[in-house]
Design a protein around this ligand. Structure first.
Ligand SMILES: Cc1cc2nc3c(=O)[nH]c(=O)nc-3n(C[C@H](O)[C@H](O)[C@H](O)COP(=O)(O)O)c2cc1C
Length: 174
């Protein structure tokens, strides 16, 4: 499959089978995160790998909605970044997350971005603090998102290129 075909097929996958992810595939996904470009090559990201089911269940409580895939996944990678190491830490973290998302797709593994930064848990605690506390993440690290991974239990159709929003592209000037 060429890269454009992969982009057309890519979707956020939130439901996973029980099948474990091959350890080599886990390594390849993490390599993709470490291969991600970063501003001034500061590599301000750090990733926390979680496979323990109880820990995944606790992490899924970090926000009341759109976090269920954490409980269900076979692997979660918590994407953190250091504002002290780069003023572009959010961009660095985002590129790292998306590299892992696309690498997973290329391996036939589904994944989903679960936003953490800026979100709140059910009792009003910032989602970042909930995740930090569970995983012992230092306070100077921002928790951008949790990437969930697993073999897909969903069927999603490829995107039809004819439906792309070309009105969002401005030629020459706005
Ligand atoms: C910055 C960002 C934050 C997202 N946050 C969540 C989230 O918290 N929970 C979730 O289930 N999906 C989340 N998603 C996935 C989007 O909902 C998804 O990309 C969008 O609905 C388009 O669907 P697709 O990825 O299948 O094309 C997020 C995606 C991005 C890029």
């Amino acid at each position: 499959m060429d890269f454009h075909e992969l982009l057309l097929r890519r979707h956020s996958i939130r439901r996973y089978t029980e099948e474990p992810i091959d350890p080599e595939a886990v390594k390849t996904i993490l390599e993709a995160g470490l291969l991600a470009p970063s501003s001034k090559s500061a590599r301000s990201w750090q990733y926390v790998v979680v496979e323990d089911r109880d820990t995944l269940a606790r992490l899924s409580e970090c926000k009341p909605a759109y976090a269920a895939s954490i409980k269900d996944c076979r692997l979660a990678v918590v994407v953190t970044a250091s504002p002290e190491q780069s003023e572009a830490y959010i961009e660095d973290a985002s590129v790292g997350a998306i590299f892992m998302h696309l690498q997973a797709e290329a391996l036939g593994i589904g994944s989903c971005w679960v936003q953490v930064r800026g979100r709140m848990s059910a009792d009003g605690t910032p989602s970042e603090d909930v995740v930090r506390e569970i995983l012992n993440i230092p306070h100077d690290m921002v928790v951008e998102c949790i990437m969930t991974f697993g073999h897909s239990a969903e069927t999603r159709k490829p995107v039809d290129p004819a439906k792309l929003k070309w009105e969002k592209v401005h030629l020459g000037q706005w």
